[in-house]
Design a protein around this ligand. Sequence first.
Ligand code: SDX
Length: 431
Amino acid sequence: MAESTKKATLNIDGTTYELPIYSPTAGPDVIDIRKLYADAGVFTYDPGFTSTASCDSTITYIDGGKGELLHRGYPIDQLAGKSHYLEVCFLLLYGYLPTAAELEKFEITVTRHTMVHEQMHYFFRGFRRDSHPMATMVGVVGAMSAFYHDSTDVNDAWHREVAAIRLIAKLPTIAAMAYKYSIGQPFVYPRNDLDYAANFLHMCFSVPAEEYNVNPIVARAMDRIFILHADHEQNASTSTVRLASSSGANPFACIAAGIACLWGPAHGGANQACLEMLREIGTVDRIPEFIARAKDKNDPFRLMGFGHRVYKNTDPRAKVLKQSADEVLELLGVDDNPLLQVAKELEHVALNDPYFIEKKLFPNVDFYSGIILEAIGFPTSMFTPIFALSRTVGWISQWKEMIADPQMKIGRPRQLYLGETSRDYVDIENR
Ligand code: SDX
C-alpha cells in the first residue's frame, strides 16, 4: 500500500475531518475514505464509480487523456507489435516478461490443459442450438467448478495457479465448442502442435470431412485481437470478478460472473452491436442519419464502438485494430469491404462533429474488432465470446492480485436510501 503523502480536509457542520491522500506511481492521487463513515457518520456517493478507486493494483494502467494503456508498464502498441498472447498472459499473471525457458514451460503447460473433461460435452446438449454462445459460455464456465474440485480452494496458492492455467487454456476450447454447437457441427479437439491462436481457429473452422490449414496471417491477426482484449484495469466485468471473488467464491464461478457482465452491449457486447450497427447503416450516404440519432437526446440510439468511461482520446487499441483491419482485409483480398469503408467514414464524420468533440467521444476497442472478426469468418454472435476468452487472463490476474492482498475484504457498498421510513403493516381488509 502506498504511504500517505498529504491530507485532505473535509468540513461537515463545523467539524473538520482529515483524510489521508496517497500518490500512485502514475495517475491521480486518491483520498482514503475508509474511516469516513466511522468518524463522520456519512457515506460518499458515486453511482457508476466515476470517481472511485476500488483497489490498488500493479497490473494495468490507463491514461484516458493521453490514450495510453500499459500492461505491467509495457505500452499496448509495443506488446501488440512485438509480443504474442501467451507471453502477454505470462506478463499479466507474473508481472515480468519471461525468459525463453520460462515462456516455453508456460506455453507447454497451457497447451497441455486445453482439453475439457469429456463429460462437459453433455452440458452443451442441454442448450438449444440457437442459444447465443455467450449464454452457453456463462453456463459451461460456471460448471467448471463442478469438475475441477482440485483447483477451487482460493486459500491454496497451488489451487489458484492451476485454476488460472485451466481457465486460460480451456476458454478457447469452450468458446469453440459453443460456436460448433450453434452451427450443428461436431466439436473439434484441441491440437498440441498448434499455438494458442491457431488452435482456436482450428477448433472453430476445421471439419472432419477435410484437411484444415490455418492461415498464418489470420492466426497473427487472431493473436493480436487476443492481446488487445487481455486486460483493462477495473472495468465493469473485472470489477464483477473482484466483487464475486471477495466473498471467497471459487474462480470458475467468478469468471462466469465476469462473462455475464461482459455480455452487455455497453461493455463487451458492443463489438457485436457495432458490427450490426455498421450493417444497418449499410452505405456511407446513410451516416448523417445515424449521427443525428446518436446526438438526439430523445433517441436511445448510441454510436456503438464509440465513447469510453476512461478514454477521452482515441483508445490505443482502436488505433492498432484499425491498422490491423486494413492489413488483414487486404491480405485476405476483401479490402473493398463496404463495412470498413462505412466505419472509416463514420469515424471521420464523428471526429469532426462538435457533439463528439465536446463530449470527447472517440472510437474504442469495439469499433474495428468486429470487421476483422467477420473477415476471418466469425458470425457476430462469436465476437463477445472471443472478447471473453481474451479477457480471462486479465480477470484471473486481477483475481490473483486481490486474493493475495492482505487488505482484501468482502465488497459491500452502501446506498443513499430514498425509500419509505418505518411504517406499520396494514391488513388486507383495511387497504
Ligand atoms: C468496453 O471500462 C472499460 O475499460 C471497458 C472496455 C474494456 O476493455 O473492458 O474498454 C471495453 O466496454 C468499451 C466500451 C464499449 N461500449 C460501447 O461502445 C457502447 C457505446 N458507448 C457508450 O454506451 C458509452 O460511451 C460508454 C458506456 C462506453 C461509457 O459511458 P459513460 O462513461 O457512462 O458516459 P455517459 O454514458 O455518461 O455519456 C457521457 C455523454 C452522454 O451525454 P450527456 O448525457 O452528457 O448529454 O456522452 C454521450 C452520452 O449520451 N455518449 C454518447 C455515446 N457515449 C456516450 N452519445 C452517442 N454515442 C455514444 N457512443
